[in-house]
Design a protein around this ligand. Sequence first.
Ligand SMILES: Cc1cc2nc3c(=O)[nH]c(=O)nc-3n(C[C@H](O)[C@H](O)[C@H](O)COP(=O)(O)OP(=O)(O)OC[C@H]3O[C@@H](n4cnc5c(N)ncnc54)[C@H](O)[C@@H]3O)c2cc1C
Length: 471
Amino acid sequence: MTVTSSGPLPEETYDVAVIGAGVVGAAIARELARHRGLRIALVEAAEDVGEGTSKANTAILHTGFDAAPGSLDARLTADGSRRLARYAAEVGIPVERVGALLVAWDAEQLARLPELAGKAERNGYHDTRLLDADELHALEPRLGPGALGALEVPGESIICPWTTTLAYATHAVLAGTDLHLNCPVNGIRQDGDRHELSCARGRLSARYLVNAAGLSADTVDAMLGHHDFTVTPRRGQLIVFDTFAGDLVRHILLPVPTALGKGVLVAPTVYGNVLLGPTAEDLPDKRATESTAGGLAALTGKGRRILPALLDEEVTAVYAGLRAATGQDDYRIRAHPEQRAVTAGGIRSTGLTASMGIAAHVTGLLAEVGLDLGAAGELPPLRMPPLGRTAARPCRQSGLVAADPEYGTVVCHCELVSRGEIRDALAAPVPPRSPAGLRRRTRAGAGRCQGAWCGAALRDLLERSPVREGV
Ligand SMILES: Cc1cc2nc3c(=O)[nH]c(=O)nc-3n(C[C@H](O)[C@H](O)[C@H](O)COP(=O)(O)OP(=O)(O)OC[C@H]3O[C@@H](n4cnc5c(N)ncnc54)[C@H](O)[C@@H]3O)c2cc1C
């Protein structure tokens, strides 16, 4: 079990190096790790897994009902959705099948709903239902005035995106994958039947390569001599409302999509908050993850119409993520047989949902370009911490607290996170290296005070952890 974040890289030649430990790269590493004869390296520029787009999305486990029929996106989203729902139940990733309502606010949108139901049918999704205004308001009593009807999509779910990426990476590491953090790949040289990766921490050698570098997939492709697409970041800003707003909405409330995309939604989260967003802004800068006054004002304007009472609630946080748009409405997944490499690029709006579908597809492409996968086996058992609102926090479980009093010592009072959970996260196979990483693993500091009360104590625990000392 190897996770490195500093020092020289191993001299061995790996069978496969996966560049990028977002939800897609981590899913690919996990899928490859089922083939126990392979030596795999998962190489990540940041200090933690899931630090790119994968940490800042809308957290919906889509059905793929609205994808372009026949596209790779449609196929892998539907496949990935089924796989991830099964996997989430197995390892304890929080998921709730709350369902979605595509709300029509004018006659034109209402007229489009049957067409969208037809599209869902063509995507193999047969459970949609048309609702009139009365049925819609009965399902969502706090919806703003003027809604004329909706298309119900009962399979749409909400999920914890952080636990998803972490579960994949943890499973890969437990099965023998080496995870190298703080390790940006700056160049790739072909040396006979090997790729020599020059990384910030030295050289790394691998026979096969997967480019899962998200927003930088075009840059990494260029290192291999390919210029098939350019990534233009499309920013999505979001507002997180306090858990007191949780009772206002029961479903994922979607707009009727336009040519510009899926539009702004209101949705519950698996932690009990309410999300409003995202915006869609094309930008030149791949680091532009700031929230803006204009973006937030646009969101509150839309939110006021959808769910007026939401705007009376407290805002807990704002954040923004960048979609990897490439000027084409489909994924840019392609094998380069002559280089024993596969690119998984252009994973824009559905990558969280599709991650396990993409991983299976990419593994198939690696086999097609010559990788001998060998037999697939079972992965070690894994159970992720229960972060969702439907699970009882450890501090509320008297048996657990009696057996281990650390679970009864609450450090983060907003989210009821105990010292025992923080201890467990710091001792996990893929431990956090920052307060933000600890928050994604435990919810500590993610509540309404945003760490104002517990921040110092959390930082102290983190600083004193063996992981931190080894960085
Ligand atoms: C606002 C928004 C809302 C979304 N909502 C949803 C949703 O509800 N449901 C859904 O399914 N999807 C959603 N998505 C899409 C989903 O979040 C992405 O498709 C997914 O996170 C992409 O994962 P990735 O692994 O390809 O990219 P990333 O998470 O960005 O991972 C790429 C990784 O590669 C690393 N890297 C880059 N260059 C190098 C290098 N040279 N060397 C080493 N490492 C490198 C980066 O540090 C990064 O960690 C949304 C996206 C956004 C922005």
